[in-house]
Design a protein around this ligand. Structure first.
Ligand code: SF4
Length: 511
């Protein structure tokens, strides 16, 4: 099936990640987004609504009296309305649409807002759900308060450092081109990220070269499996295309097969037949649907008299709302639904920490060994240290926030064990060794099947939302998911200690 790419109107999302999406969008224009895609879009709509509610409606005391905000409604005339709003010299314009051409490519762009700056030029502003800047001593970025967009003509300096995201850079560069066409480009673009109250500015010329290169890329003629495929609306079309040619990316996604491609190996069967040792053995395991293999005959798992499995759930960068613990008999959730960043989160963390340290002390007093486990300690370490730092010095009744050094002492001790690290030393899997792969091999299954990190982000929003019936369901779902993550870690430990029955030895082929 051929596609006439000159007719294709590019969107910024076409320029990052899989370029085959653009081909499939052209072929199957009416394909609905995947459920993950819909949830993502819902979160973005919610982020925009939060930001739009903060934007000024009228001048504040001390501002010039004249202030014109134009909210452009969705619709076919949005592009025309944008140009009209610019001609009217509006101070703030939302719902902006631009179309343009760069070389052979035509493109379409939505921009959340345009704010009028000094000299009558405009600042394009986009809203996203990622972090666009992080606080850093000694760093400096220009910023405007969201509540002052269109009113404050000059930004102020804040000690933040920009976090680069290619997609944001492309959107703002395209917006700068569109504004330059009407001689209103300020030379700056801005993004509002997880902190909805701050608009961070950056020069918009830094991405122009990369944008030109991205616009000139010829779309590929066949798919290659990448990470994004998991949530892509076109997977049901791409999967059969990949399977038909036994494409090596079915097993090794993204660039992971690059070195084999350079050797002329483009299929899974080709990799198996090349007899390259572990890569070929893993390709065979993938084809035979064997998720986990043993690297060696004898396996081990550290055990203790008192064993606690821990799993944290956080919402984006905003905070940790759930510390789940499982002691082999009972699952105990330390949870708050009262919002993040304030005392509710601090107190919840303090209660969890107090409980954990009490169990540790009780074990020591009884002469018992103690160990706490998690599966991949990165998140837990990040939020334990981060919570100690963010709520430093606070006390909530009998529960206090530990000093950072106390947390450091614990997470660097032999009593804090990362099961993922131990699993990686002893096992190997064609699809990786995530808990969702290893625990089922150990015979453990989640009550909430198909729930993953992104789903949990979505569920948290509902759990703290206004629809109380939906919130109750989402809370139950999150607790079930977290509890099972803790139990799954325990199950993996027991399975490893038993020698991972059912997992063949690497190189030995079928079970
Ligand atoms: S399913 Fe994968 S290969 Fe196909 S368009 Fe989507 S991201 Fe690209």
């Amino acid at each position: 099936m051929g596609a006439n790419f000159e007719e294709l109107e590019l969107q910024p999302t076409d320029l990052v990640g899989c370029r085959y999406r653009q081909v499939q969008r052209h072929r199957y224009p009416d394909t609905e987004p995947s459920s993950v895609g819909q949830q993502r879009a819902g979160r973005l709509r919610a982020a925009r609504a939060e930001v739009f509610a903060l934007l000024p409606q009228a001048p504040a005391l001390g501002d010039p009296k004249k202030f014109l905000r134009i909210d452009i409604p969705d619709g076919e005339s949005a592009e025309f309305d944008t140009l009209e709003a610019l001609a009217a010299e509006a101070d703030l314009i939302t719902g902006v649409v631009f179309r343009g051409r760069s070389g052979e490519s035509s493109w379409y762009l939505e921009v959340d807002a345009l704010a009028r700056m000094a000299h009558g030029t405009y600042l394009p502003v986009i809203v996203s759900n990622h972090r666009v800047a992080r606080p850093r001593e000694g760093a400096s970025m220009l910023a405007i308060s969201t509540t002052r967009l269109g009113l404050a003509r000059k930004p102020t300096e804040l000690p933040y450092q920009q976090r680069h995201h290619a997609i944001d850079g492309y959107r703002l560069s395209l917006a700068a081109r569109a504004l330059a066409e009407v001689e209103l480009d300020s030379g700056w673009g801005a993004a509002i990220g997880q902190d909805r109250t701050k608009v961070f500015l950056a020069p918009s010329n830094t991405h122009q070269q990369a944008l030109d290169a991205a616009l000139q890329v010829t779309p590929p003629t066949q798919p290659r499996r990448v990470k994004e495929c998991d949530s892509c609306r076109y997977w049901s079309f791409c999967a059969p295309e990949l399977e038909a040619v036994d494409e090596i990316s079915l097993f090794l996604s993204g660039d992971r097969a690059q070195s084999y491609r350079e050797q002329g190996i483009h299929t899974v069967t080709g990799l198996i037949d090349a007899a390259l040792g572990e890569p070929s053995a893993l390709a065979r395991a993938w084809r035979d649907e064997i998720p986990v293999l043993r690297r060696r005959a004898q396996l081990q798992a550290p055990r203790a008299d008192v064993e606690i499995d821990i799993d944290v759930e956080a919402y984006l960068d905003q905070g940790a709302y759930l510390w789940g613990v499982f002691d082999g008999r009972e699952y105990l959730p330390f949870v708050t639904w009262e919002g993040l960043g304030g005392d509710a989160e601090g107190e919840n963390f303090a209660r969890f920490w107090t409980w954990l340290m009490q169990r540790r002390e009780q074990a020591a007093a009884a002469g018992e060994s103690f160990a706490a486990y998690c599966y991949s300690a990165h998140g837990e370490n990040h939020w334990m240290l981060g919570s100690a730092r963010r709520f430093a010095g606070k006390r909530y009744g009998d529960h206090r926030i530990p000093a950072e050094d106390e947390v450091r002492e614990f997470i660097s001790s032999a009593q804090w064990i990362d099961m993922f690290r131990l699993v990686k030393e002893q096992l190997v899997g064609p699809g990786g060794l995530g808990l969702k792969i290893v625990a089922p091999a150990a015979g453990f299954h989640w009550a909430e099947a198909g729930f993953d990190g992104e789903e949990s982000v979505h569920a948290y929003r509902i759990a703290v939302g206004e629809d109380s019936a939906a919130a109750a369901r989402a809370r139950a779902q999150l607790l079930s998911y977290n509890g099972d993550d803790c139990r799954a870690t325990a199950a993996v430990r027991a399975w490893l200690e038993a020698g991972a029955p059912g997992a063949p030895l690497l190189g030995e082929g079928r079970r």
